[in-house]
Design a protein around this ligand. Structure first.
Ligand SMILES: C[S@@+](CC[C@H](N)C(=O)[O-])C[C@H]1O[C@@H](n2cnc3c(N)ncnc32)[C@H](O)[C@@H]1O
Length: 255
């Protein structure tokens, strides 16, 4: 195997094998949870934006439930995979945008941003920019649901975690490190593709915010914070949760 490692932007080298690496995730269950929140709190929802949609797994499940879906992601490589899976399915489109620069899209009845993608907002300013840009694409009274990982999750599972796997035509190694001082979670991937005998290397960095810090940024935004749930439940999310689902409502003209 070659010793040369070719640096990649986040998700660029990983995109073709992302679904393999994430095959343990029950996307149907994830989307059923979001759907139950939408049905309860915004039952007239028809058009949904799936932000940081990656390879479109959530987008396709949302479509299955009857929503008209626009998937949005920063990574061209991830969107290429998403487009390949969706084919020419009606009521589905994918757009390349940064979460903080969505102006002009939509408007959508609801917006979701799943699987700790909000943790890629590395500074409080990024959170503020993302919330403002999402506010610009959502209809008055629409629901915005996003999830974040907590420090407990990083300390339990990704403090200093190594794994490696071999799949069809590739193998990869991942090293995850959590730095409690900076609250930065890094996931470093080395992926060997047999075709061309190349090793691609990339690092993903996320900020693991205190739950209260995110709630504070939401309260400073135009959104109403309806709930912060312990992942996949209707119980209150706390620092003891592994994942928190934040449920926000866009302002209506009266408020
Ligand atoms: C963990 S993946 C989640 C993908 C998908 N939601 C899923 O559940 O499989 C995180 C995604 O966030 C995207 N992402 C990271 N930073 C972003 C940004 N600033 N704007 C838009 N997408 C971003 C990445 O490209 C990647 O596809």
């Amino acid at each position: 195997m070659t010793d040369d490692k070719i640096p990649q932007a986040p998700y660029q080298g990983l995109a073709p094998i992302y679904d393999y690496v994430m095959r343990h995730i029950d996307y149907e269950e994830w989307v059923d949870y979001v759907h139950s929140l939408i049905e309860r709190l915004a039952p007239d929802t028809e058009q949904v934006a799936d932000l940081a949609c990656g390879t479109g797994n959530m987008s396709l499940e949302l479509k299955r439930l009857g929503y008209e879906v626009t998937g949005v992601d920063l990574s061209e490589a991830m969107l290429r995979v998403a487009n390949g899976k969706a084919g020419s399915e009606a009521g589905m489109e994918f757009v390349q945008r940064d979460l903080r620069e969505l102006e002009g899209l939509g408007p959508f009845d609801a917006v979701v941003c799943m699987y700790d993608s909000f943790n890629y907002m590395l500074e409080a300013d990024d959170l503020d920019e993302a919330l403002a840009s999402i506010a610009s694409i959502i209809r008055p009274g629409g629901l915005f649901v996003f999830d974040v990982c907590t420090q407990r999750n990083s300390l339990r599972y990704f403090h200093d975690m190594r794994d490696k796997e071999t799949g069809p035509g590739f193998s990869y190694e991942r090293h995850s490190v959590y730095d409690q001082d900076t609250r930065l979670q890094s996931n470093h991937f080395q992926i060997h593709y047999e075709e061309g005998d190349v090793v691609l290397e990339e690092t993903h960095v996320q900020r693991i915010y205190p739950v209260a810090a995110i709630a504070k940024r939401v309260k400073a935004s135009v959104f109403d914070l309806l709930d912060a749930f312990d992942g996949f439940t209707l119980n209150e999310g706390t620092e003891d949760s592994d994942r928190i689902h934040f449920v926000l409502r866009a302002p209506t003209p009266e408020n």
